[in-house]
Design a protein around this ligand. Structure first.
Ligand code: ATP
Length: 214
């Protein structure tokens, strides 16, 4: 059965880094990848764009292909969304299908601050994606917890529903939403760091340009 991979984030805004690594992960795992925007990220400042605006950007970015899809369930829920709850819900929905939680190496390094993080392996595999230019040092405690779960064998991920950790080596792209927001806020136009669809409608990037306009 083809794995279902989940790639969560604030996507404030979605950029070519997200899309390219999600696409390559889909190819490596032979999986469908769902991009899952988070509503109130429990451990971060609120996003600049509203949930509706982030979804509109995701839709524009994903147009024209079917391998990367959008799942808005966390936005439809009230209050903070914890990944572990979402994964339990997906597990119920998909039975024994392999689930893979995709995390950039920086997000993986911060895993210990997540709610019930050890429980994640009961319901999902974790696919760690390399990311240049960010702190990816992992603590001794995290390394100890994941060491017995590590595999380099993609077939293991396809065979088992959950419980393993695999490093997915993708083309490194040093792109971040923070940098893109900074560029837009000073009136720059980071055209080739964002998917082309985001320039079709000027309203899509307006939330980030506001500080420049005032
Ligand atoms: P911000 O700069 O606002 O923190 P971001 O660019 O890190 O945003 P998020 O929406 O926070 O984007 O990231 C969602 C997921 O995508 C995280 O797991 C993150 O590690 C991963 N990710 C984002 N950009 C890249 C990239 N260029 N390469 C690999 N992974 C990435």
């Amino acid at each position: 059965m083809k794995p279902l991979a989940i790639f969560g984030g604030t996507f404030d805004p979605i950029h070519i880094g997200h899309l390219s690594v999600a696409w390559e992960a889909a190819e490596l795992l032979d999986a469908e990848v769902r991009l899952m925007p988070a509503s109130v990220p429990p451990h971060r400042l609120p996003p600049t764009a509203s949930a509706e605006q982030r979804v509109a950007m995701l839709r524009a970015a994903l147009r024209g292909q079917s391998r990367l899809t959008l799942d808005t369930r966390e936005l439809d829920r009230s209050g903070p969304s914890y990944t572990i709850d979402t994964l339990h819900e997906l597990r119920k929905e998909f039975g024994d299908r392999p689930l893979v939680l995709l995390l950039g190496a920086d997000a993986f390094a911060g895993l210990r601050s997540w709610q019930r993080w050890r429980e994640l392996f009961d319901v999902t595999h974790i696919g760690v994606i390399n990311r240049p230019g960010v702190d990816t040092c992992i603590s001794v405690e995290l390394e100890r917890a994941v060491a017995p779960r590590r595999t380099e064998d993609l077939a293991v991920i396809r065979r088992q529903p959950a419980g393993r950790m695999i490093e997915l080596v993708v083309t490194p792209l040093e792109v971040s939403a923070t940098r893109i927001r900074e560029l837009l806020a000073v009136g720059r136009d980071p055209r080739y760091l964002l998917p082309a669809g985001l320039f079709d409608d000027p309203a899509l990037l307006a939330p980030y340009r506001e500080s420049f306009a005032h």
